[in-house]
Design a protein around this ligand. Structure first.
Ligand SMILES: Cc1cc2nc3c(=O)[nH]c(=O)nc-3n(C[C@H](O)[C@H](O)[C@H](O)COP(=O)(O)O)c2cc1C
Length: 221
């Protein structure tokens, strides 16, 4: 089948979100200007860039109280966020943190999660998660939208530090089978990363990758 975006697809549900899968879930914590922690999951989330690395998340639509979602309002006000990794065993509290609650509600408390102080930024991270990515806000990009009621924003942040819990490391590498990340599919479906295979680059041994990659700058004092 083929359907043109914006026209009738004739299916019981919109298939779009099944067509870019699986999507990692960025569990985004921010602080409001008043210092109240906020936590919400975003599956329009990903890593991008490598020198330095960045992440993005897309807060879409509006908050029930009017204005934009807390995860957008807060990051633009306080310029920092943390993306904690949502894993299979954290699916229920993750879902609770997506509830549309009044501004000023602390979703860490709502979901019974522990806010752990971050190292380089002020928003707390989810202690129960095995990986936390501390970020400084870079910019918001507003994409075209068909309705004022449903704006399409993408927030970019530069990664400044990453915490990885020791028990999910094996021989100095992140052991993803110990992490078991949760990921979003279309409809109401999810998946868990529970298998891994390795495939070398096709030109391994024939090109000097180090020559095409810039050196990481010397660490600042
Ligand atoms: C697994 C999952 C993924 C979600 N992904 C997004 C997303 O990518 N963008 C979005 O705007 N909302 C997404 N939501 C809904 C938000 O989490 C929800 O609107 C939340 O209340 C926003 O909170 P905030 O106003 O505190 O930022 C998702 C919900 C779930 C359960």
């Amino acid at each position: 089948m083929f359907y043109e975006i914006g026209k009738k697809h004739g299916l019981p549900h919109d298939p779009w979100k099944s067509c870019v899968v699986p999507r990692p879930i960025g569990w985004i914590s921010t602080l409001s200007a008043a210092g109240v922690p906020n936590l919400a999951p975003f599956s329009f989330f990903n890593g991008c860039g490598d020198f330095p690395p960045h992440v993005m998340y897309a807060p879409l639509g509006r908050h029930q109280d009017g204005g934009f979602k807390d995860s957008l309002v807060n990051v633009e006000a306080t310029k920092e966020f943390v993306a904690s990794m949502c894993t299979s065993d954290l699916r229920e509290p993750m879902n609770v943190t997506s509830r549309h609650v009044a501004r000023g509600v602390n979703e860490f408390e709502l979901a019974g999660l522990t806010p752990e102080p971050s190292t380089l930024v002020k928003p707390p991270r989810v202690k129960e998660a095995p990986i936390h990515i501390e970020c400084r806000y870079v910019k918001t990009v507003e994409l075209p939208s068909w309705s004022e009621k449903y704006p399409n924003f993408v927030v970019f942040g530069q990664i400044v530090g990453i915490h990885i819990r020791d028990d999910v490391m094996t021989d100095g590498m992140v052991d993803i089978l110990k992490v078991k990340p949760l990921a979003r599919l279309g409809y109401l479906d999810y998946t868990v990363v529970d298998n891994v295979f390795t495939m070398p680059f096709p030109d391994a041994g024939t090109i000097d990758r180090a020559a095409t990659k810039p050196r990481v700058p010397e660490p600042a004092e």
